[in-house]
Write a protein that binds this ligand. Structure first.
Ligand SMILES: Cc1ncc(COP(=O)(O)O)c(C=O)c1O
Length: 389
């Protein structure tokens, strides 16, 4: 008898994570914060088993577990663990693995919240970070201090300039735990664990939940490591809400069709921007002129739904943001609406001018998250807005 064929990730996003809701086809909402136990022995079992989802919601919750099961399957991981936000995932993971005196190697260009966390609370606790440039091959490994470096942290593609860290290079680093923020790619666009990376991390607030109606983070990796992070996370308390997990479970079912449409539009938009006289640079890994296009082609399963482009001056950026009508001006990404933001004054406003310069957050840079509107409408809106400069 032949073996049943293995369904593709797009199909698994629909079939996985149903244990706590079957036979209902829609995910069930377990809004309870606590569960009754039958005896002291039963209470002890629930209280001491790792991630028992019938004890207390800060430890685990069946709706959240269902969401984690889908993500683990998409990432090819033994387990996944959800948090109250992407930052909750980052802070809990770093603090679970580091102590005073530990060292972190991190990419220079990161989401500003991650950067602020490393430079603020981590530094205050005596956890110092060496920042490296992803454009220098071998930079992550070269900065590792054996015995002291506990975490190597990369974000690829990075926010907001779509720089890429080489996942094979990260996966080959021995000693510290390698953590990749894969938010911009989504689990369908990149599989860091297949490259030997220890932890794949997402702000599930973005493409995974996909509708701007949930704030959530998630990590995936081996069960032993995730259990260790969970033991800390229970105390850190950045616990996901079952309501958000419900929305994310509903959102992830359509991740494949959404990203397919958004990737198609992104390609056309990037080509238009790259040719436009008002645009000085377009950062999109799918363009052959992207400096790391070869890495993009080797490790990305989809070139993605995110890009950024430079219109030279802050005033030009303001003009474009004022003129759009279909695209919306807002932070965040991965939702149905095409969003534009000006990183220097929003997502990366906490950086000093020197840090903005070092990370390429120029005054004319606009970040674009491609939504689900008709491609022609997004293109027409952007072309009209650029013509007003
Ligand atoms: C790449 C990346 N990682 C992490 C985060 C933080 O996620 P959250 O806002 O869900 O805490 C963001 C937020 O924009 C992000 O862009």
């Amino acid at each position: 008898m032949s073996e049943a064929p293995t369904p593709s990730p797009a199909t698994r996003a629909i079939t996985a994570g149903r244990a706590s809701s079957a036979p209902s086809l829609a995910p069930a909402l377990w809004a309870s914060s606590t569960w009754e136990s039958e005896s002291l022995d039963d209470a002890h079992r629930r209280a001491t088993a790792a991630r028992h989802d019938g004890f207390y919601s800060r430890y685990a919750n069946p709706t959240v577990t269902s969401f984690e099961d889908v993500i683990a399957e998409l990432e090819g991981a033994e387990r996944a663990l959800a948090f109250a936000s992407g930052m909750g995932a980052i802070a809990s993971t770093v603090l679970a693995l580091c102590s005073t005196g530990s060292h972190i190697v991190a990419q220079r260009q990161l989401y500003a919240g991650t950067l602020a966390f490393l430079q603020g609370p981590c530094a205050r606790l005596g956890i110092d970070t060496t920042f490296v440039d992803v454009n220098e091959p071998g930079a992550f490994a070269a900065a590792v201090e054996p015995g002291r470096t506990m975490v190597v942290l990369a974000e690829t593609p990075s926010n907001p300039r779509l720089e890429l860290a080489d996942l094979d290079e990260l996966g080959s680093i021995k000693g510290p735990f390698t953590v990749v923020d894969s938010t911009f790619a989504t689990p369908l666009g990149q599989r860091p664990l297949d490259h030997g990376v220890d932890v794949s991390l997402h702000s599930a607030t973005k493409g995974i939940a996909g509708h701007n109606d949930a704030t959530l983070g998630v990590i995936s990796g081996d069960e032993d490591l995730l259990d260790e992070i969970w033991s800390y996370a229970v105390l850190h308390g950045a616990t996901p809400s079952p309501f958000d997990a419900l929305n994310a479970l509903r959102g992830v079912r359509t991740l494949a069709v959404r990203t397919r449409q958004q990737n198609d539009s992104a390609r056309s938009i990037a080509v238009m921007l790259a040719d436009h006289p008002a645009v000085t640079t377009t950062h999109y890994p799918g363009l052959s002129e992207h400096p790391q296009h070869a890495i993009a082609s080797a490790q990305l399963l989809q070139y993605g739904t995110m890009m950024s482009f430079d219109v030279g001056l802050r005033d030009n950026a303001a003009t474009v943001l004022d003129a759009v009508r279909v695209c919306r001006v807002a932070t965040s990404l991965g939702g149905p609406e095409t969003l534009l933001c000006h990183p220097a004054t929003s997502t990366h406003a906490s950086l000093t001018p020197d840090e903005q310069e070092a990370t390429g957050v120029t005054s004319g840079l606009i970040r674009l998250s491609v939504g689900l509107e008709e491609t022609v409408d997004i293109l027409a809106d952007l072309e009209h807005a650029l013509s007003t400069i």
